[in-house]
Write a protein that binds this ligand. Sequence first.
Ligand code: COI
Length: 355
Amino acid sequence: MSENKTLSITVNESETSKIESVDFENLSFGNVFTDHMLYCDYRDGEWGTPVITPYAPMSMDPSSRVFHYGQAIFEGMKAYKDENDEVWLFRPDKNFERFNKSAVRLAMPEVPEDIFIEGLKELIRLDKDWVKKGKGNSLYLRPFMIATGHGVIAAPSAQYRFAIILSPAKSYYQGEVKVLIAEHYSRAANGGIGAAKAAGNYSAQFYPTRLANQQGYQQVIWTDDATHTKLEEAGTMNVFFKINDTLYTAPTSERILDGVTRKSILELAERDNIKVEVRSILVSELIEAAKDGSLKEIFGAGTAAVVNPIAGFSYKDVYYELPKQENPLSLQIKDKLTNIQHKLAEDTFGWTVKV
Ligand code: COI
């Protein structure tokens, strides 16, 4: 057992490593976890000492609030290894800020910055061999918080666990992604929790997404709950549309997640003089653009999926195939972003943070 010097962290190192048993070339997203995890408990109004321990199941009382009322939030982040074996985080401050915004919205305590950021760095240092070099490789970082207080009264818990687990990752989607535009189901509503990274926002998508899968579509493009006329998000990603030479994406709102990849794409586009409009895009505009040939590309953007081109979409039982582009903007943007993340291009924004 050892103590970290700046933040006090108890570290119980694993005596063995699973790393030799992992096929890093054939990872399916989010199924393999590294040797260690971090957790930190909140009780009596304060956070305790974070503990890094071998990755293992957690024992919890069956009445813990998270099981009954879904009081749970998470973040999705990544670490990358450069050619000199240094490990880097991408805009961790943004994930930290959003995590605490989500905490406030779910009536949970905010996590102190040193526990989140220093705890994360210390955990990654211990498992740094799990971060593989090369574009396309990363370590997906999953900080989360759950309500651990006992009792099934429908009220916020008094006890919580913050934890971080790490998973080596390649791509999120395999192959082509076709999407179905939502006509009935909604991901979020005004006044709801759509802007928070709350676990329930994702489980609420499972059923409509399964229905879409059954029709041959991998994801759903969510529309606004009130009118189903505005295009908002694509599955677990923010969504961009290229019509003629302009890139469009919806403004963030109470219904839309303030994605770090989305934000970074907008900043990259501004730097590189790519025309962008942040405004609501109507389903009718999209259909018209698909029909007259001005719709060039649709892509999703998120930490897990990075930038994911969409091959076509369906609306009211009509399928619209997107034209194949020679040098799609989606892939140009993905390249610029991943070059910065892997330290293959100058980080003019100061986005990368050394672990
Ligand atoms: C991410 O992109 O990190 C997400 O949170 C999506 C997740 C559901 C895999």
